[in-house]
Each structure stands twice: as C-alpha cells, then as structure tokens.
Design a protein around this ligand. Structure first.
Ligand SMILES: [Zn+2]
Length: 342
C-alpha cells in the first residue's frame, strides 16, 4: 500500500500573524510542492473531521475545553484564560477558529493513527504538538496530537508503541502522559538548555538525549547507532510514531542544532524500519524553506520518487514565495530555493 498524507485545508494557511514564529506557510506550501511535482495521487491524500468533545476528553480536562471553546467570545474572562489555561499568551495567541482547528487536528491525528493500523505509512505534516497538556496550552500547542494517536493505538490493543522525537525541543507533553505506561517508550533528542528545559535524565520508559548547540550529522549518526536503534531493537515496537522536527535542522531561527536535510530525513526513514505500523508527524521548524524541503524530500523517499535537480520553475516559485518574520529575505540561501535535499 502506498504511503498516505493526512491533512485538512484548514492547516494549509497559517493562523498566527505578526512576528509569531508560526506565522509562516509550511503545510500548504508542502501540499503545493507535492502537487507541482505530481507526487500526490488522489488515493494518497485523506482529510480528517473534527474530533468530538468526547474524543477530546480522552486527554483534556473539560474546563480547558470550555476555555478553548470560549476563547473567541469577547465577553469571556481573558485574564482567566491567560493565567489558568495559558490561552492568549504571547506563545499561544488566540486566533479565529481556534477550537475548530484544535478539534480538526485531533480528528486528523486519530484518522492518521487508524490508517497506520492498515500497515500504510502515514504522514501527518500538520501534527506534532508535543508540548500540549491536559489542562493548558504550552509552547504553541493547544492540544497534543501525538498523545491522541498513541492513545488510539493503545485503545486498539497495541502493547508496544515507540515515540521518537527529533524536534529540537524536548517532547515533554508526550513523555509526561505516558511516563508510567510500560506499553509506551518515549525517546527525545533535543537541544539542551533550550525551553522547556526538561528531558535531562532518562528512565526505562523515557529516554532523553539532550545535545549541545551545533549538534551535527556525524554526532547524530553516532547517537542513532549507539543509543536509538539499540533501544528500539530491545523494545521491539509494534508501532512507531516519529516527530520529524524540522527545527533540528541548521539555520532554524529559534534553535541551534545543525543537522542537514538528508541526515534528518534518513534518520526518520530508519526509524520506520522498526515496526510495521508507522506514522510521522511534522512538528516544529520555523525556517519554512527547510521544513517544506525536509517534508517534500521525505515524501519523495517514502514513495521512491527521484528528486529533480534543478527543481521545476513551479516548485522554485513556491519556495521563492515563502516568507518568515524572523528570517530577512537577504538571509535566504540560494540552495533553499534550488534543492529539496540539501
Ligand atoms: Zn521544536
């Protein structure tokens, strides 16, 4: 069965504005690139529906869901939202349609997890809100789609699920949710001394690898070989969920790691070899050129499509049209517009 991409048009336009790091077009640009290259056949694309309140209650508190639902009501207590639920802070600003987008994210994550059970590799590029908590927003995340995907698998009877998080930030929300559940192994590689500043130590079910600023391909390869693959070989997962985390790439405006696109992409692919049930979520990445190129080249490899070089004009135009509030136009490197894989 060919791989499948799960999304929804609501994720194809950024909802954040101004200087928020997520006021960048990533998922929509990826879809445009895949269409331009004729890499997205109709049977390889699937849209989810909004999750019900009952589904959302599998992780979130009712009071938090009420707060999310009321966030756009001008009469609601904005101070309470901000102080108690962290909704409406600088990191987690309120935007129109916040509740709908959050519900759709979980509906899509659940659909993606379900499709993965059919032994189809699933890419949910809009997913990866790994900081979300049951009772509050955290670190740009109003919910936690990896948690819902894993819970869906556990609910279907899986007993060994591995979550591997390559994002430059610690996957704290996912680790905490499954910390006492022996069915789930969480592994996070992240930049040390970087928010949320957790993930400094490991336990049997939560492996953490804080790495230094400048962490490069060679160090990554060694860590994969010495620690990550052996841990997965021991755990023998039935399913793997990989957080791609494009903010671990070089030239991310928020983070200091220095991985190349081929290195991170190949690491993601190598994790998939550990289980027949496989799902990838997008995660962070505040350099939209790198996020789109990582994901497009990952999709190419999943499908065994050759990556064209030079890129067709239509793809180049999509990459040239990207903007990021924290990356001035004169800092955009030529290769960000010319290659998907370097
Ligand atoms: Zn991140």
């Amino acid at each position: 069965m060919p791989p499948i991409l799960v999304s929804h048009p609501v994720f194809h336009t950024p909802r954040h504005t101004g200087r928020h790091p997520l006021a960048i077009r990533r998922v929509g640009a990826l879809i445009d690139v895949l269409h331009a290259l004729k890499w997205l056949a109709p049977d390889q694309y699937c849209e989810g529906e909004a999750a019900s309140r009952e589904m959302l209650l599998a992780f979130h508190d009712g009071a938090y869901l009420d707060a999310l639902l009321q966030a756009n009501d001008p009469d609601c207590d904005q101070t309470l939202l901000r102080e108690k639920f962290k909704i409406g802070t600088l990191d987690n600003p309120i935007y129109p349609g916040l509740f709908e987008r959050t519900s759709l994210l979980i509906g899509c994550a659940t659909l993606a997890a379900d499709l993965a059970l059919q032994k189809r590799t699933v890419f949910f590029s809009a997913g990866g809100t790994h900081h979300g908590r049951p009772d509050r927003a955290s670190g740009f995340c109003f919910t936690n789609d990896p948690v819902f995907a894993i819970k869906h698998w556990l609910g279907k009877g899986l007993e060994r699920v591995a979550y591997i998080d390559f994002d430059a930030h610690h996957g704290d929300g996912v680790e905490d949710e499954f910390f006492d559940d022996p069915r789930v192994l969480t592994i996070s590689i992240h930049e040390q001394k970087r928010w949320p500043n957790s993930g400094v130590a490991s336990t049997e079910s939560a492996l953490n690898f804080p790495v230094q600023k400048g962490f490069d391909d060679q160090e990554f390869s060694l860590l994969l070989r010495k620690e990550i693959h052996p841990a997965l070989n021991r755990f023998k997962p039935e399913a793997v969920l990989v957080m791609s985390g494009a903010d671990a790439l070089q030239d991310d405006p928020l983070c200091g790691l220095a991985l190349s696109i081929p290195s991170l992409r190949n690491a993601i692919l190598s994790i998939l070899d550990h289980a027949p049930i496989r799902m990838i979520v997008g995660g962070g990445g505040y350099n939209p050129w790198n996020a789109v190129r990582l994901w497009a080249s990952l999709w190419a490899r999943l499908n065994a499509f050759p990556i064209p070089h030079p890129l067709p004009d239509e793809v180049r135009a999509i990459l040239e049209g990207l903007e990021a509030p924290r990356i001035p136009k004169d800092r955009v490197r030529p290769e960000w517009l010319e290659r998907l894989d370097g």
